[in-house]
Design a protein around this ligand. Structure first.
Ligand SMILES: [Zn+2]
Length: 361
């Protein structure tokens, strides 16, 4: 499309030059009143064809993805609490409950533990493949690519960003810079603040995580606005910390509202990008697990409430699978790949345990 935009902006003089260079004819032939009539007619036809090509070709927008994970928010808590930003995104696309955890009792059963959920979301496979069974992440199987490695492979110049309240998401789950991931490199990184105990002293109520979530959001929103990365993951942790302390409570509801405000901040940046540039953004917001039914404090098991997650997206062309209520965490990768329309090697695609939630065009 770049070439067509260039054609639209060419002057009459430049057009004549282009015409002559293609047909190898003298300049005066295409100037008014001189040269053979057939040359002047051919020139007129040439201009008409260029005009048609420039103005009838559909403008193609660049596709970009923002993935947001809000840690440990049960579906019915999200549905009960007032979350205007998430509602605004869902109005554009949709909202659905979903499942994390694989087949109960089967080989794909995956603990409803945070890092297990993130890795499942990013690889499109359950724990029996990606080998992340807990938050220690001691032995991940990088043979199962994350969406970051897939996009980097398909488009080496793609701009990739991570904005995260937990550094291990980059260093261990994505495996950035490791030989096993082909030294995956990221273009925009904002993480590791939880290790800076001078700037963010670790208080008992874990309010420092609330501060870091806000900082990470600020940096992500600014980067999206100014740089428009092709793929970004924003990970916010405070809701899980509040869940562990207070369980189902007014405190948890408030933490969910704070998370929603941050989603709104990020979505505003995306709306500004779409106003200013020919870009199409897919926003997908989810959580990594639910919480226990008794008091909402814990997670890790295979109870219905711990397995129940949810998805909010602005995607307009959602498949029936999205609305089926059987959406699973492993569906995220096929969805992002279909939206981005990138080529992923068959040896990777065949590993996926999920299906796309968007219809192909
Ligand atoms: Zn979690």
């Amino acid at each position: 499309m770049q070439q067509l935009e260039t054609l639209k902006s060419m002057s009459e003089y430049q057009l004549r030059g282009l015409f002559r260079s293609i047909l190898q004819i003298p300049n005066h032939w295409v100037q008014g009143g001189k040269g053979p009539g057939s040359a002047r007619f051919a020139y007129s036809l040439f201009c008409l064809l260029l005009f048609c090509a420039a103005y009838t070709a559909p403008a193609q927008s660049q596709k970009k993805v923002l993935l947001i994970l809000l840690d440990g928010i049960p579906a019915e808590v999200l549905e009960r609490v007032n979350t205007p930003s998430l509602d605004q995104i869902a109005e554009q696309g949709g909202y659905s409950r979903g499942i994390m955890g694989g087949e109960i009792g089967g080989k794909s059963e995956s603990p409803t533990i945070s890092a297990v959920g993130y890795t499942t979301m990013l690889t499109g496979t359950w724990a029996n493949k990606h080998r992340v069974y807990d938050n220690a992440i001691n032995n991940p199987n990088y043979k199962y690519w994350t969406i970051y490695s897939m996009l980097r492979h398909a488009s080496p110049d793609a701009k990739l960003g991570i904005f995260s309240t937990w550094e291990d998401n980059r260093t261990k789950i994505l495996g950035a810079g490791l030989k096993a991931t082909g030294y995956l490199n990221l273009d925009f990184v904002a993480d590791g603040y939880e290790k800076d105990t001078i700037r963010f002293p670790h208080d008992q109520k874990k309010l420092y995580l609330n501060q870091i979530d806000q900082l990470v959001t600020d940096l992500a929103a600014r980067t999206i606005l100014e740089e428009g990365p092709d793929l970004s993951w924003v990970y916010l942790e405070y809701t899980d910390a509040v869940g562990h302390q207070f369980g189902d409570s007014a405190e948890m509801d408030h933490a969910v509202q704070l998370a929603d405000q941050r989603v709104g901040q990020l979505y505003s940046a995306i709306q500004a990008r779409m106003d200013d540039f020919a870009e199409e953004w897919l926003v997908l917001v989810t959580t990594d697990h639910g919480r226990t039914a008794t008091d909402g404090k814990d997670h890790g098991g295979q109870s219905e409430r711990e397995r129940e997650i949810w998805f909010v997206t602005n995607a307009k062309n959602l498949s029936n699978r999205f609305r089926s209520g059987k959406v699973e965490m492993v569906d995220v990768v096929p969805t992002l790949v279909d939206f981005l329309e990138i080529q992923v090697p068959r040896r990777q695609r065949k590993n996926w345990d999920g299906s796309s939630l968007v219809l192909k065009r």
